[in-house]
Design a binder for this molecule. Structure first.
Ligand SMILES: N[C@@H](CCC(=O)N[C@@H](CS)C(=O)NCC(=O)O)C(=O)O
Length: 185
């Protein structure tokens, strides 16, 4: 979304994580997606760094304003919310705690987001900032684990915000399925 928003043309190579192509293994020791190879050959293998790189090139709508505040919230998302989300999402097979336990833990962050959104339209202030697009995909994941539960959860502002992103032209223009890239293609 950040690359598209910044108008940066990219060659997109869809990979199967079960069968990573040698071209990916050659450039990325970390072997996770996404990984971006910039025109000067720099490898960026953290999605948030790709976002910052793209927006530093072009940021007409000032998504990088309030950068420190965005970065702090993204950190909370990545290190506090995301682990609980993963447990909630993949709890089938976890016998340690019921699904509702992980959902309860993850919900603390959602309460924080919902509260923020009662003060302003977006997560940081009245404008879209990088935190909004960094965090939206994870809230989306959470919502769709159990959509019936989420639809009844007491997060009215968060639901409006999520719905805005789900319907956005930007999200829908990048969320397309692509065939797996082949070395020979
Ligand atoms: N913090 C990293 C996480 C990257 C990550 O873990 N990506 C997963 C897919 S969502 C992955 O590539 N896993 C490697 C694998 O499954 O082999 C980022 O945001 O770029």
């Amino acid at each position: 979304m950040a690359l598209k928003h910044a108008g940066i043309e990219t060659e997109l190579r869809e990979v199967s994580l079960k069968d990573k192509p040698p071209a990916m293994l050659r450039v990325s020791s970390k072997q996770t997606v996404p990984v971006l190879v910039t025109p000067d050959g720099t490898i960026i293998d953290e999605s948030v760094d790709i976002m910052f790189w793209a927006l530093q090139k072009s940021d007409d709508n000032e998504w990088l304003e309030q950068k420190e505040r965005s970065a702090r919230l993204i950190e909370k998302n990545d290190f506090e919310f995301k682990p609980w989300l993963d447990n909630y999402k993949y709890s089938i097979g976890h016998t340690e705690h019921p699904k509702s336990y992980y959902r309860g833990k993850a919900s603390k962050f959602l309460e924080n987001l919902n509260h923020r959104l009662s003060n302003h339209r977006y997560l940081i202030d009245q404008q879209i900032r990088v935190a909004d697009i960094a965090i939206f995909p994870f809230v989306r994941q959470f919502a769709f684990v159990d959509k019936v539960w989420f639809d009844e959860a007491p997060y009215p502002n968060l639901k409006i915000w999520l719905d805005y992103w789900l319907k956005s032209e930007l999200f829908n223009s990048v969320m397309r399925k692509h065939p797996i890239w082949q070395e020979s293609s």
